[in-house]
Design a protein around this ligand. Structure first.
Ligand SMILES: C[S@@+](CC[C@H](N)C(=O)[O-])C[C@H]1O[C@@H](n2cnc3c(N)ncnc32)[C@H](O)[C@@H]1O
Length: 326
């Protein structure tokens, strides 16, 4: 493929006439080691301009789409677990710390970990003293999560539950949870409204939901391109990193790669910020905390377009919603 071969050698692309040196279409940097990402992920657009904010592809039955999404995650689960371990750089530097600040957990609190994957953050919350109920719709992820849990096992229960199934969610308890976390998974869900509706029953009054997503503005399913340009400024070559945004406002569904080399592509459901927050507001949750974490001066990526080199542009958005106390 022309695109793939262009990306094979970065040095081939170096020019000194002010033109674009490198451009990488949206890639899901969060899940891989910082330098192991596919420069130009294979991707197919499934649907654009979705009719509703539910994130459903136009010509696909919702149930079929969700089943396909689930099969893809279950196929990738064991491979992902091996790559991700107890948390990659995105988790350790950006998502984990911001989530912990917004959550402000107290020992003994009951917390729901939604779409927990291999349970790395569930284990972290148990270490902080929380009582954790963690679920994912991938049985293989849950099996890996259980086998990784060697300490605080009495404080974590892992379940297989589909977050798009409101009735199944409601079996988790009524007003049971002080807080809920959904790390990097809203953009993987075909429909977030059943989950938000269920949370208004699962959380205690005043309870909080902290969720993180790929930043919809700068790191979205198929509307952003990472850029490295070089300019000759009166004899000095200056390199500039930027993000080109081509599409943002439409909710779109696309195949993409989270970690280079994963067995099968996954399905991403891009929602602009207004769609995300309005879905929360419609459910009765209010926004009361937000972070846009960036890598610091001490972080760098070997890959020229690694997110750790973009110090001014946040690749993830972390938000705290709260169920009003009555
Ligand atoms: C990017 S991973 C994040 C995993 C974990 N929260 C973390 O931060 O490491 C996305 C996870 O969402 C799960 N997921 C996606 N849609 C789901 C759904 N409808 N119900 C439950 N889990 C879902 C996937 O199986 C996968 O484990």
């Amino acid at each position: 493929m022309a695109r793939a071969s262009r990306a094979r050698s970065w040095s081939d692309m170096l020019t000194t006439n002010g033109c674009v040196l490198l451009a990488r279409e949206h890639r899901k940097a969060l899940q891989g080691p910082m330098d192991s990402l596919t420069p130009f992920p294979e991707k197919a657009i499934l649907a654009e301009s979705l009719p509703e904010e539910h994130g459903m592809a136009r010509d696909t039955e919702p149930a079929d789409l969700n089943a396909d999404v689930q099969r893809r995650w279950d196929t990738n689960a064991e491979w992902w677990d091996e790559q991700f371990g107890e948390g990659n750089a995105f988790q350790r530097v950006l998502i984990g710390p911001a989530t912990e600040r917004l959550l402000a957990l107290k020992p003994g609190e009951q917390v729901l970990d939604i779409a927990c994957g291999n349970g790395a953050f569930s284990r972290r919350m148990a270490e902080l003293g929380a009582e954790v109920t963690a679920f994912d719709f991938s049985p293989r992820f849950i099996a890996r999560a259980r086998s990784r849990t060697t300490t605080n096992a009495d404080r974590i229960r892992y379940l297989v539950v589909d977050a798009t199934n409101e009735a199944a969610l409601l079996t988790l308890g009524s007003r049971e949870f002080d807080a809920a976390v959904c790390s990097m998974a809203f953009m993987d869900m075909s429909n977030i409204e059943p989950l938000l509706a269920a949370l208004t029953q699962l959380l205690r009054p005043g309870g909080r939901l902290v969720f993180s997503v790929l930043h919809p503005c700068f790191n979205n399913s198929h509307g952003t391109t990472l850029m490295l340009e070089e300019e000759d400024r009166e004899g000095t070559l200056v390199e500039t990193l930027s993000v080109k945004v081509r599409k943002y406002i439409s909710s779109t569904t696309a195949l993409g790669v989270g970690i280079a080399g994963q067995p099968v592509p996954q399905v991403y459901f891009h929602r602009p910020i207004s769609a995300l927050y309005n879905a929360c507001f419609r459910a009765g949750l209010v926004l009361d905390g937000i972070e846009e974490p960036v890598f610091g001066d001490g972080d760098s990526a070997r890959h020229p377009l690694g997110w750790a080199n973009f110090k001014e542009i946040p690749p993830v958005l972390v938000s705290r919603m709260r169920l009003p106390a009555r």
